[in-house]
Design a binder for this molecule. Structure first.
Ligand SMILES: C[S@@+](CC[C@H](N)C(=O)[O-])C[C@H]1O[C@@H](n2cnc3c(N)ncnc32)[C@H](O)[C@@H]1O
Length: 302
């Protein structure tokens, strides 16, 4: 006798939604819900703010920026590479800044030239700033093998592409570079507000295939925006093995509007999601004084 009719009539004892999926992925740490948006003009401040918090914990770090030229060549005040270079205290030790466009590389060289070599007490600031002209998908190998990225070096990589410029194989290369320590932390920008239009306009299928990096790239047209976001988050977690992966919405304008990008933050560090949540909430607020920040982050005051 089959059990099927009995089971069909049986009410659920438990709601299936109460059970996590059976894929053994690490549980996401809880963070406060978002109550104020970060919008496109502030996305660079958001990244800088997070890194400022992080170096209070590590006191060192390497910053890779694969698509490092400013969003607008005339508006360099909200430019991530510049803001991270100028962020105090200047504890980030190694910078690798890459851009494909010659005029953007010139701007990177110019900002490098204006950086102070000594601090307010006359001590030498121990840092190197390396500028690369060319396609980051090719340059990534040179950067990774430059010698600064040891297993213990806290390393962050901003992938602020416009739409399809960053190949998935590049993301994989970064994620798999370290063998033992926390993986290179990634800030990956996923275009959202114009992605359907970009798909329709992009007739070179190789571009899409390299960007997505999997044979199912043809399915992307049929997915909703949320499905695409969730698929990428899942890949960072399942295929690349990050402990926490969260997609932070970047809105069109101050009072909301469309989600223009998701900033997908992939990290292995247990403190990182909390610091990113703090950075999101504080992005447009004045910088906390150093002593206040130390107290709030639970660090020893000086
Ligand atoms: C969205 S902008 C970066 C914005 C910047 N993060 C900011 O805070 O203003 C993208 C940059 O990537 C550069 N780019 C485009 N394709 C590239 C590639 N394959 N490799 C390196 N840079 C690239 C563009 O020249 C542009 O400067």
């Amino acid at each position: 006798m089959s059990d099927a009719p009995l089971l069909d009539n049986q009410p659920f004892l438990f709601d299936p939604a109460d059970f996590p999926p059976l894929d053994n992925l690490p549980v996401e740490p809880g963070i406060p819900t978002i109550d104020s948006p970060v919008w496109t003009d502030n996305k660079a401040h958001f990244i800088m703010r997070y890194l400022r918090y992080f170096v209070f914990i590590t006191k060192h770090g390497t910053y890779i920026d694969g698509f490092a030229g400013p969003q607008s060549e005339s508006m360099t005040d909200c430019w991530a590479a510049k803001l991270v270079l100028e962020s105090e205290p200047r504890w980030m030790r190694h910078f690798h800044l890459c851009d494909k466009k010659r005029s953007q590389v010139a701007l990177l060289e110019r900002i490098k030239a204006t950086q102070p070599l000594t601090d307010s007490s006359g001590g030498k600031i121990p840092r190197d700033i390396n500028i690369y002209g060319g396609d980051f998908n090719r340059k990534v190998e040179e950067i990774l093998n430059s010698g600064s990225i040891t297993e213990k070096e806290a390393t962050f990589c901003l992938l602020d592409q416009r739409t399809f410029e960053c190949h998935w194989s590049t993301v994989e290369r970064l994620a798999r570079y370290k063998a033992l320590g926390h993986k290179i932390e990634i800030f990956y920008f996923l275009a959202n507000g114009w992605l359907e239009r970009a798909f329709a306009a992009q007739r070179d299928f190789d571009v899409r295939a390299l960007w997505w990096g999997r044979d199912d790239w043809r399915e992307l047209d049929k997915m909703s925006r949320e499905e695409r976001r969730d698929a990428l988050v899942h890949r960072f977690k399942k295929d690349l093995g990050y402990q926490s992966v969260k997609a932070w919405p970047i809105f069109e304008r101050e009072n909301g509007g469309a989600v223009m990008y998701y900033m997908i933050h992939a990290t292995d560090h247990p403190e990182a999601p909390k610091l990113m949540s703090r950075a999101y909430r504080k992005t447009v607020k004045p910088l906390e004084p150093i002593e206040q920040l130390k107290l709030e982050l639970g660090l020893e005051p000086t």
